[in-house]
Ligand binder design. Sequence first.
Ligand SMILES: Nc1ncnc2c1ncn2[C@@H]1O[C@H](COP(=O)(O)OP(=O)(O)OP(=O)(O)O)[C@@H](O)[C@H]1O
Length: 225
Amino acid sequence: METPVLQAININKYFLDPVRFRVLKDISFSIGRGSFVSITGKSGCGKSTLLYILSTMDTDYEGELFLDNEALQEKDNAALALVRNQKIGFVFQFHYLIEEFNVLKNVMLPAMKLGKFSNEMIEQKAMQHLKTLGIYDQALKNASQLSGGQKQRVAIARALINDPLIIMGDEPTGNLDKKNSDIVFGIFKEICLENKQTTLVVTHDPDFAKRADRIIQMEDGKILL
Ligand SMILES: Nc1ncnc2c1ncn2[C@@H]1O[C@H](COP(=O)(O)OP(=O)(O)OP(=O)(O)O)[C@@H](O)[C@H]1O
């Protein structure tokens, strides 16, 4: 059997304030390479909490987490930052672009930070992603000059720039209208098919969730099998 890209084993998480509360309850699952998975469930069931753990941004949990065969729970913050930059692309509900930089620079930044390639090579790659995402002609505009849907596509290009193994999205279409949601979903689907990259998206939108290859349904901190 193919080794999973991401594997969670018995993840539990507690919030202590205002009272001790077990928000995630024995979460275990694995995700294979190139699959498009959605995590869905009612508001408050723990979707974002789980995604923040899976994306290494929250390290306060019990259990084991493997990304590309590496045990994440054993790594310190510096090592996790490297894993995030090299292996995970993240798309938030809000785009978090740097509004005063142009689109091209926004997309290039994570690769420039990694320092593995020349700026020329990074620029070429960034332009290629912008082309695929249909916003090539916006490259030299400041991020502040784009529409919401365009900004989200720039955020996806930025998430792809370091060729991550897995793209994670937290309600990536939450701020978009139906037309732009459809475009963004189509893009996620294509990323999986064409690049064999794995996509994991949290959404409370059942229509969006249904378009994934696999739905992880959550209820009250648990995964329903
Ligand atoms: N920092 C925190 N401290 C205490 N409780 C929290 C904290 N963050 C979230 N919670 C609680 O944990 C539960 C799960 O929250 P989470 O944001 O993961 O839900 P969700 O499924 O993503 O919801 P939504 O779809 O509304 O975004 C909720 O009951 C929430 O109130």
